[in-house]
Design a protein around this ligand. Sequence first.
Ligand code: 13P
Ligand code: 13P
Ligand code: MG
Ligand code: MG
Ligand code: MG
Ligand code: MG
Length: 370
Amino acid sequence: MEVTVSVIKADVGSVGGHTRPSDELLAAVQQRVEAERGGLLLDARVFYCGDDISILMTHQRGLGDEAIHGLAWEAFRAGTEVAQRQGLYGAGQDLLKDAFSGNVRGLGPQVAELTLRERPNEALMILAADKTEPGAFNLPLYLAFADPMYSPGLLLSEELHAGFRFVIMDVEHTEGDRSITLDAPERLYDIAALLRDTHRYVIAGIWSRKYPDEQAAAVSTTRLRQIAGRYVGKDDPVAIVRVQKIFPATEEFGPPFALGAFVAGDTRGSHNLPLLPVPVNTPASTFFCHPMVTALGFSMHEGRLTGPVDLFADPVWEPIRHRIVAKAVAMRQQGFFQPAMLPISELEYGGITARLQRLDAEFRVEATGD
Ligand code: 13P
Ligand code: 13P
Ligand code: MG
Ligand code: MG
Ligand code: MG
Ligand code: MG
């Protein structure tokens, strides 16, 4: 059976800062979505990571469907009304346009979608991050899908021997988004050369090479700044990753995420801090607005989900979190000095740019002495 999995995510308001949605806001979103279970939707889940609400939907309406996207938009609008009533911070923050126009792409919410022909034991992982950018998934996904030091299945399973195909999006191209398709392992160094620049080049999709019709992963790529023309919070990505059998196993994503690689995000979206794996429904806090990621494991049959299993909740992750938090504390001890604070080109707040413009008038060109 062909099923489309859609994850649409937005920040429409949070309690006492950029922490988490209120229970009432969540209930309003959930209510809208639940009403379509058995109608538009085969199944659905609503959860949050920090101040971002993810709506996971399974259905048979294909990619970019107006009714599915419209449902998510309406659910987020209902959530925004609650946020406004409660005076929540950033009410409607990620709904950047007033009117829905057939698809939420370009309107603010993040979208990851893929259509799959269901395997008899379809296993999926949903990743949702807060206080970071879509490129934050570049390194963990590269390691899981292309590096046998992290992903032993690339050596141990013949299903994975041919490697994976990466579709990489250039999200800063001036004439609109453009993408490139590169095969690992043959083009590994080309893939690496792009993915290291996490602000500009973002994994959008990953495909099996042995079974070219089988998509392994879909990642959201929206950059809010491109839509709004100003800082409106971080781009907080979501991803759908199919696991097991012809794809890396669930446990092969553990070591890449345990790395706690530095990513852009954190306080005012203006710092580099390590990506912290946390349990689902974890609020952001006074701890700098640390970049964080949740992972939910599901099984699916005829579009109906069993789960989630909270993949970063078990005790093994506690000592790993301690190590990653220690890295974060060490980095933030150097305050605004790079690389703790982002370089000007990536700084999404205008404060420093405005200050530098004023200072520009005070500069004097030195006499050359001849
Ligand atoms: P079991 O299914 O026997 O637990 O082992 C699966 C496996 O090899 C995990 O990597
Ligand atoms: P989000 O609202 O996108 O999570 O980012 C808020 C922020 O920049 C906190 O410092
Ligand atoms: Mg927010
Ligand atoms: Mg957020
Ligand atoms: Mg955000
Ligand atoms: Mg088993």
